[in-house]
Write a new protein. Structure first.
Length: 149
């Protein structure tokens, strides 16, 4: 691996350990030329997972879009950034562990709602109100009643 400081391509691994919930390996490296240390991460490259949208279009699974939706739902709620990262990690693992190359957006949405319900009720309601596309107050109230029971 090339040194990010001097560009020399002779570096060696000083330390290796699991990172990111055992889905990656963190490697501490040292450059033989300049002596500086840096960290690299090694992660398994997966085949792209396709998401089938409501209109039947397909797009590549985008962790950033998933994380953005959850962040918006948790805005001004007592949910830490680490909680959000852990939530997104667990959803991503569940989606990929399904084993299919394609997954529906509704499947992902249901997983998000189940996990948000456990994390924060207000964030769950916010996400559900956008995801379920409530047409009126009555349908929204009915969903709230189901959640309370």
């Amino acid at each position: 691996m090339k040194c990010p400081y001097c560009g020399h391509d002779n570096t060696r691994v000083v330390d290796s350990r699991p990172a990111d919930d055992n889905t990656a390996i963190r490697r501490r490296r040292m450059c033989d030329s300049c002596g500086k240390r840096f960290t690299s991460y090694e992660k398994v490259e997966r085949l792209p997972l396709m998401v089938i949208k409501k209109d039947q279009n397909r797009e590549v699974f985008n962790r950033g879009k998933l994380e953005g939706g959850i962040i918006r739902a948790c805005h001004k709620r007592p949910v830490s950034a680490q909680d959000i990262k852990n939530l997104v990690d667990s959803i991503e693992i569940e989606v990929y562990s399904q084993g299919d190359q394609e997954v529906s957006s509704s499947y992902i949405g249901e997983i998000v709602m189940d996990k948000l319900k456990e994390l924060d009720a207000v964030a769950y309601v916010r996400f559900a109100s956008v995801y379920r596309e409530f047409k009126d107050v009555d349908s929204f109230m009915e969903a709230l009643k189901k959640m309370i029971k």
